[in-house]
Design a protein around this ligand. Structure first.
Ligand code: ZN
Length: 381
């Protein structure tokens, strides 16, 4: 029988929008796990993945075995019966750390119906048949843009289908409008040159984002919920992201033309359930999962996971105990140093350390001298 609490080693992908070298929190956190040989080099590091999804699977730091294999061999123990019945024999969520230097592709994640169709037609590109609603929690200043109104579907489609010259000229006209005409939309004047610098002035994402979407700027601890089919583009920052276990995405802007998916598919799938920034914010609430009152929870309106945030203050010996989960959990430390106890184990818990916690296991965190301890825990039950 495998231990129900064990440390994971994770790795990073290198999308070109990632932050470079040690500027990338994702890379720095990856490099902290001992004995992995992971060295931060002078290149882009975008996303650290902390789940069992086979594209970039976490491994046991002790044995090197991939998490999905360990889970598969010990399903009942690690996932629990209820979770297996609801989601099958896999960890139903996928937590990541993203380090964003420039805009990610303007994108939506298909809902379940469309994901099933796309996966059946093109399994190489759409690697699973699941939906992918997601949350994003800012670890520092985080900027992003987000769709706002039903009436703009045809405008979006028109922009996305325009030729390069039209896209370019429209932006030139926008830049010639007098500043005072912009009012509360003055951010457009700041963002337009920034985005042109990143993807050029023929990228339709520049116009779609600035003319039809909301601009949001979040601080550490703020979070948003992005439902399936809801268009979004993350611009800059370090964030925790967690999503239903899927890798499906349709991209139409802020990426080279050959990487763009069908505009018609994108526009047909668009939904506009969120109209204002307030509709997408996901406030943290105090959680009674923490027995000692130091835990808050981000609970998106989806069944696959909730995300806890445990914050222990400075000084030695502050504690929090999390009641046993009905299903699997992944805990990851983004700040400080201390211990994690659970399943008969006592493990060092430091910045960058990631742990799998099996169903039915109570865990205790204790901080050590220094800057306290900040741990996120994604779980399903
Ligand atoms: Zn996304």
């Amino acid at each position: 029988m495998v231990s129900s609490v064990f440390q994971l080693q994770c790795s990073c992908n290198n999308y070109p929008w990632g932050r470079r070298g040690t500027e990338s929190l994702a890379a720095v956190l990856c490099s902290k796990t001992p004995n992995t040989g992971f060295k931060v080099e002078d290149k882009e590091y975008a996303e650290m993945w902390m789940g069992d999804y086979p594209v970039l699977p976490a491994k046991s730091s002790k044995t090197g075995e991939e998490l999905h294999k360990i889970v598969d061999e010990n399903k009942e123990q690690l996932l629990g019966k209820k979770c297996i019945e609801k989601f099958g024999g896999v960890v139903p969520f996928l937590p990541k750390i993203l380090s964003i230097a420039k805009a990610l592709p303007l994108q939506i994640h298909p809902d379940k119906d469309l994901a099933q169709r796309l996966h059946a037609q093109n399994p190489d590109q759409f690697t699973d048949d699941n939906h992918k609603p997601e949350i994003a929690i800012a670890l520092g200043p985080f900027e992003q843009i987000h769709f706002n109104n039903e009436t703009i579907r045809s405008l979006v489609s028109t922009i996305l289908k325009s030729d390069d010259d039209t896209i370019k000229k429209t932006q030139e006209s926008l830049q010639q409008l007098p500043t005072e005409k912009y009012g509360k939309h003055a951010f457009i004047l700041d963002l337009l040159p920034r985005l042109q610098n990143q993807y050029g002035s023929t990228d339709p994402g520049n116009l779609v984002a600035l003319l039809t979407m909301n601009f949001l700027s979040l601080e550490a601890g703020d979070a948003i919920y992005v439902p399936a089919s809801c268009p979004h583009a993350y611009l800059s920052g370090n964030i925790v992201e967690c999503m239903a276990r899927s890798n499906n995405v349709l991209n139409t802007g802020f990426c080279p033309r050959p990487d763009r998916d069908s505009v018609d598919l994108f526009c047909t799938d668009l939904t506009f359930s969120a109209h204002s920034p307030a509709d997408v914010l996901l406030p943290a609430k105090k959680s009674d999962r923490g027995k000692l009152g130091k835990t808050s929870v981000y609970a998106p309106p989806m069944g696959e996971f909730d995300m806890l945030r445990v914050v222990l203050g400075e000084g030695k010996g502050e504690k929090e105990v999390l009641k046993a989960f009905g299903g699997p959990a992944v805990a990851f430390c983004v700040k400080g140093e201390g211990k994690l106890r659970g399943g008969g184990e006592e493990l060092d818990c430091k910045e960058g350390y990631v742990f799998f916690v099996g169903a039915g296991t109570e865990v205790e965190f204790e901080s050590e001298e220094g800057e306290g301890l900040e741990v996120y825990v994604a779980y399903a039950e």
